[in-house]
Write a protein of this length. Structure first.
Length: 262
């Protein structure tokens, strides 16, 4: 029935077994679904977040997996910390083979309230770490003969949603970053793509931003009248990370149920 969600069963990608994966913002929402999806494939997952309680609960829930995921508290706006964390991951686990740049914060703001410091903080939260995390893993991927980097964008700037000017600036820039990295790293066998979620049914989104009227408007605007779940985004993430997507790079992939505007 339209609007109802069926339990998603992931395809099995045998090449993802034992792969070393890092997921930023992996403690909640889409990130948590991605962590669980990779764990279900038998991958070795490390996830970074500042949401300690939720992240620890996720790690505890998945502790009996073939490779239990490892949670590391990491503020991605602190570049010295980022560098140290990735050095530790490589030292203890091995070179990262798949990087999922998912962490972001879609905090609403009005133009009149934005200060230079708010600008810097927003871009550090939503854009800057994508590059520096990629920079940190690229040498190991090059040495291994290849790897995968997935940057997470947003449909928001395509729709010109209100009170998100800085977030949309960052998310638009991520698509340019993907193209640049794909060009510069492709010679080393490193694939770089952007995943662009639509309106995803996460606890945060449903609690903080959406009213019943918003839900109706989104359903009316989507070509498929079904709510998109975090697992739908995770399913695309698995595919793009796998050898099945071996010739996919420098592109943007949407999971939005065909959302063309409200």
């Amino acid at each position: 029935m339209a609007g109802e969600s069926k339990k998603l069963v992931y395809a099995t990608y045998h090449d993802l077994k034992d792969k070393r994966v890092v997921v930023t913002g992996g403690g909640t929402g889409i990130g948590a679904a991605i962590v669980e999806a990779f764990v279900s494939q038998g991958a070795q997952v490390t996830f970074l977040d500042i949401a300690d309680e939720a992240s620890q609960a996720l790690a505890e829930r998945l502790k009996d997996a073939a490779h239990p995921p490892r949670f590391i508290h990491c503020d991605l706006t602190q570049l010295d910390t980022v560098q140290a964390v990735f050095a530790d991951i490589e030292r203890t686990t091995g070179a990262v083979e798949i990087l999922i740049n998912n962490a972001a914060n879609d905090k609403r703001h009005e133009v009149k309230d934005v200060t230079p410091q708010y600008w810097d903080d927003s871009l550090a939260t939503n854009l800057r770490h994508h590059f520096f995390c990629a920079q940190a893993v690229a040498p190991g991927m090059k040495a291994a003969g290849g790897g995968v980097i997935l940057n997470f964008g947003s449909i928001s700037w395509y729709l010109a949603l209100p009170n998100l000017a800085l977030y949309m600036t960052a998310k638009a820039a991520i698509e340019g970053l993907t193209r640049g990295l794909a060009r510069d790293l492709g010679k080393d066998g490193i694939r770089v793509n952007t995943v662009i979620p639509g309106s995803i049914k996460t606890e945060k989104q449903m609690t903080m931003w959406y009213s019943e009227e918003d839900e109706k408007a989104i359903m009316a605007a989507q070509l498929l009248p079904q709510r998109i779940e975090p697992e739908d985004v995770a399913a695309l993430t698995l595919f793009l990370s796998s050898d099945n997507a071996a010739r996919c790079t420098g592109r943007d992939y949407f999971v939005d149920a065909g959302w063309y505007g409200a």
